[in-house]
Ligand binder design. Structure first.
Ligand code: 5GP
Length: 114
């Protein structure tokens, strides 16, 4: 098994504030939130980076976005607005090598990102 921090969260080897779970997807609050709402939405399948995604992942990738929209609604940030982002590799700012969508909201976002 790869050394993957988020697999440890999936397997309950380390604790997390889990807000959504299906057989395929898990969502939990970021340990170092960058906004009042900061949730990570991940597939349970180990995929290191967005570069490893293929045609077999289209349904799962779509679900990540639908879960983000659903959680934005339940967090009360859907109407005001929010951001979803997936970082890829070093220049993209990726630190954990198990793909994840960030859902950020509850404050005004800047553009362009730093
Ligand atoms: P990345 O930079 O890879 O796009 O994002 C990784 C995110 O995972 C960061 O926002 C970081 O705060 C979060 N993170 C790192 N370790 C943990 C952890 O043990 N638990 C939780 N809930 N989040 C983590």
């Amino acid at each position: 098994m790869p050394d993957d921090l988020f697999l440890k969260i999936i397997n309950r080897e380390i604790p997390a504030d889990i807000v959504y779970e299906t057989d395929e997807i898990l969502a939990f609050r970021d340990i170092n939130p960058q906004a009042p709402t900061h949730i990570l939405i991940i597939p349970k399948e180990h995929i290191r980076t967005m570069n490893e995604m293929g045609p077999g992942h289209t349904e799962m990738a779509g679900k990540l976005f639908l879960v983000a929209a659903e959680l934005a609604e339940s967090e009360g940030i859907a109407q005001e607005g929010y951001r979803v982002v997936m970082n890829c590799n070093r220049a993209g700012g990726q630190a954990v090598y198990h793909i994840h969508l960030h859902l950020l909201g509850g404050r005004q976002m800047g553009w362009p990102p730093g």
